[in-house]
Ligand binder design. Sequence first.
Ligand code: CO
Length: 297
Amino acid sequence: MTRRVCVFSLVIAMLLVTVPYSAPGSGHGEKLEKKSAVMLVAFGTSVPEALTAFDQIEKQVREAFPNEEVRWAFTSGIIRAKLREQGRELDPPAVALAKLLEAGYTHIAVASFHTLPGEEFHDLYQDVRAFGLMSEAHGRKILVSRPLLSSRENMEAVTKALLKGVPKDRKPEDAIVLMGHGSEHHPGDAVYAAMNFYSMNVDPNLFVGTVEGNPTLDDIAPKLKDNGVKKVYLMPLMAVAGDHARNDMCGDESDSWKSILKQQGFQVECVLKGTAENSEIVDIWLDNLRKIHAHFE
Ligand code: CO
C-alpha cells in the first residue's frame, strides 16, 4: 500500500517537475542561480502536543539555516488526510520536492526526522535519488540526511539527551525502558539492539525494547530482574508520544508494558514525551542535516 502511494505521488511529481527543465533563465547548459531550501520530512502527527513539538523543530531549523526556505512533508497518507480535515494541507515528500523544483530551488537539503534507517527512510531515500537524477542538470543538488540513530556517536548522544528528560528523583538503581517502534525492515530493526549495547556504556540500567520489532519486552524483563531493579521509568523512543506510547506502553489494558511490568512486581512511572519534544535530540538530527548541507557550500 505504502509502495503504491509512493509510486503514485512520484508520477504526480514527475508531471509537476516538467516545468523546471525549462525554468526561466536556464538556457541550454546554463547554470541556474543558486536558491536553497530545507525540506523537513517526518511520518507526521495529528496529536496537538506533537504538532507543537514540530513547530519547535521548525524554529530550531530556521535558526540554524536563517536564509533558507523551510518546508515540511509528511510521509503518512492517513495523517495527511486527518490534517486535511482540520484545514492543514501537507504534501508527501515527492510532491513537496516537485513544488520546490518548480519554484526554482536548486539546492535542497532533505532532513529525515526518522528514528532509524527503516522502510520509511528508504522510501524517502529513493524519492530523493530519483529527483536528484531527474534534476541534476544545471547544477541542481538534492541530498537527504541520515536519521537519528545512524552511528555509535548518535546513539550515545541520544541516550545522554534522553536521560535529561527523566524525572530528577530517579535513582541509579531505577531502570529506564525505552519503547522503540520496531521495523519490518530487518537491518533497520537491528539498530535497536545496537542502541541497547551502546547505551549500556552511558547508563547500565537503560534498556531499549520495541512494540513491533526486536528486542521485545520479553527480552528485557529478565534483565531488569538480574539487575535487581524495583522501579522502571517507561519512555518512548519515538518522535512523538502518540498512540503506541499512550496505549501500548502506558495504557491501562492488561497487555500494556506498564501493566505487564506491574504484574511482574515492578513499580512503573511513565514519561510521555517524544524525542521530537527534546531540543537536544533535535540538535542531533540537525547535526546530521548540517553534514549534508556542507556539500552545498
Ligand atoms: Co505502529
